[in-house]
Design a protein around this ligand. Structure first.
Ligand code: SF4
Ligand code: SF4
Length: 420
């Protein structure tokens, strides 16, 4: 069957040819490609594709134009893969260099109740990737076109050996740094140093409580001075001009403090994440309600890479739980042995892997970009609901209505075309 191509994005041409060769009748245009079940969808790797109605189309010759229908789940998945293969570059690289930490939060995968795997395989807190290797990894991250790095994400950033040299190197390379810390070492001296590097994009403080007793029970740190340093840290960072987010992981220790925590920090920082504790079991076996969702539009996929201390690269956080179990049938890249291009190719290809796809279909972290159902209210505050966490925007700006207005406008226009 022949196809008619009116300026269609390059990434979709091969897919259209494949569908036509299979004698499939179809029409693709912004009018239906960016919709699934009446909801707007976004694809990683398709930011440069026009959503303007009538700006492009590609269809099989026999397709009655312009009779559009919502595409099926499988078809949306095919499109997601085509876009990812074409151009998706992860926006952040998370390099796990060390598990060093001065806390032992019960909920922590690396130092808490469920940390047996790490204690056994990585000798507790001791694994640290050396500086030379770290620099080689950072070089590869640059070759891949990634613009932001988060290093030492599985322990306390400021206790990591070489953190200053790493800051130096990423700054030289023009990379932005995303830092996650428990704040216990965040002094004005450190702020001064960070200001000099000028490449801290966002800093996230995991605080989990407002009072010393709850914080101490949560972190297992008994030192009041460290508590005071941690609680003062977000304000210091804000004064230094950084974007500041806070982490509050809800457990039985601090569950009653959610409102108090948001009340305390609202207007002082940029945002607060309220998360649930998820065990590795929960992540893939506590089925979220996305059975009919196309897995290819999960916003986590292809938007990040995670590198383990042994160099294994995974495409999103939940996948680390599987890769660590040595599942050899999953596509695998290693930053020590593969080039940047090979890593990107492996990640993009992995989405075609049946085992990978079935894990996505059962993943609690599945997250679809731009879904209006994700808007919620919590204790009187506007917030975004993600599968396992809620984000409260604390900047007191009218973010929702601006975002909502533009999505509503586009949705209305597209639905009119589809239903015409
Ligand atoms: S501060 Fe972070 S890395 Fe350290 S034990 Fe707590 S959750 Fe784990
Ligand atoms: S659904 Fe889960 S496993 Fe799949 S890409 Fe998204 S976050 Fe990763």
């Amino acid at each position: 069957m022949k196809i008619v191509n009116n300026n269609a994005p390059e990434a979709l041409v091969k897919l259209a040819e494949k569908w036509a060769a299979g004698r499939k009748s179809f029409y693709l245009g912004p009018e239906n490609v960016f919709f699934y079940n009446g909801q707007p969808v976004s694809y990683n790797g398709a930011d440069d594709v026009s959503r303007e109605i009538g700006s492009w189309s590609i269809y099989s010759e026999d397709c009655p134009v312009p009779t559009f229908e919502f595409l099926k789940k499988e078809e949306i998945e095919d499109i997601a893969y085509a876009f990812v293969q074409g151009s998706a570059v992860p926006s952040i690289a998370m390099l796990t260099l060390s598990y060093v930490c001065n806390a032992a939060c019960h909920c922590c995968s690396y130092h808490g109740d469920e940390s047996a795997y790490y204690k056994e395989n990585f000798k507790g807190n001791l694994i640290t990737v050396d500086l030379e290797t770290t620099k080689k990894w950072i070089d590869k991250v640059c070759v891949m076109g990634i613009k932001t790095v988060n290093v030492g994400s599985d322990g306390e950033f400021f206790l990591m050996p070489h953190w200053k040299e790493i800051m130096d190197y990423t700054a030289q390379k023009g990379l932005k740094q995303y830092i996650v810390t428990n704040g216990t070492g965040f002094t004005s001296e450190i702020v001064e140093k960070l200001r000099r590097w000028r490449n801290v994009d966002t800093i996230k403080f995991s605080l989990h409580a407002t009072d010393f007793e709850t914080w101490s029970e949560f972190t297992q740190i008994k030192n009041r001075q460290l508590y005071e340093t941690a609680m003062a840290a977000p304000i210091l960072a804000k004064k230094a001009g950084m974007t500041v987010h806070l982490n509050f992981v809800k457990t039985k220790t601090n569950a009653r403090q959610v409102k108090k925590f948001i009340d305390h920090w609202y207007g002082k920082v940029d945002g607060v994440y309220i998360s649930h504790v998820l065990s590795s079991e929960d992540i893939f076996h506590n089925h979220y309600d996305q059975f009919n969702e196309p897995v290819g539009i999960c916003s986590a996929y292809a938007s990040m890479i995670l590198v383990s201390p042994s160099g294994n690269v995974t495409p999103c956080c939940p996948m680390t739980y599987h890769y660590r179990d040595e599942q050899d049938s999953l596509p695998r890249a290693n930053i020590n042995n593969h080039s940047g291009d090979e890593i990107l190719h492996t990640l993009r290809e992995s989405m075609k892997n049946e085992q990978f796809r079935s894990m996505c279909a059962h993943c609690t972290q599945y997250s679809r970009k731009g879904n209006k159902q994700f808007k919620v209210r919590i204790h009187g505050y506007d917030a975004w609901r993600y599968p396992s966490r809620i984000f409260v925007d604390c900047r007191k700006k009218d973010v929702f209505s601006r975002w909502g207005r533009s999505v509503r406008k586009r949705t209305k226009k597209m639905l009119e075309v589809i239903r015409r």
